[in-house]
Ligand binder design. Sequence first.
Ligand code: URA
Length: 231
Amino acid sequence: MRLDKYLADAGYGTRKEIKNYIKNGRVSILDGRDPRPEMHVENGDVLFDNAPVSLETGFKYYVLNKPSGVITATHDNREKTVMDLLEPAIRKGLAPVGRLDKDTEGLLVLTDDGQLTHRLLSPKHHVWKTYYIKTDMPLEERDCEYFRDGVDIGDDKPCLPAELRIYDNPCEAEIRICEGRFHQVKRMIAACGKEVIYLERIAMGEFTLPKDLERGSFRRMTEEEVECLKG
Ligand code: URA
């Protein structure tokens, strides 16, 4: 493969950026040949800043701490999307796992592993999504019962049984659902006569939003995190 394509596929930047890196001496070839963008290289031949570059086979998994104000879509002509928060070189092939509303914050996984995406989202597979909410009015014990029984949000069928755990401050709670209907959490809370004023996803299955990941930041998931997500 050409050196510039190899580095681009490995996520080091656009072809133009890579040309500059080569010119600035940041790229070297193990066998001592002078690096040129069009030269042919094999996997494992290349060093970037003296560190080996390996082209990954396998799927890519990223975690984003979504801020409010961006939409969950791969592209949009008017609005800023979650993809705009990622570096251009890593966007290729990635898609968000499920949708968070524009004003929802928190855990968003992006991957090119379609099978895993399907398994995480399909209600059949019962993967819990956990949300932290704030409401305009205190939540009550009877709301927890309604969640357990299946809230009617006006769709053909009521929601599957879900969990509502009210915090000491009754205007705060954690919600666990295993479906992903349109505006589901907000509609469930509306069906209890209250309004969601803040919504954050904090976990998907056993995988919780990493504490070190700032709002608006993303990073590659570690192998342990991917295993945890796969359950
Ligand atoms: N439920 C909602 O209402 N909004 C989200 O963004 C996610 C779940």
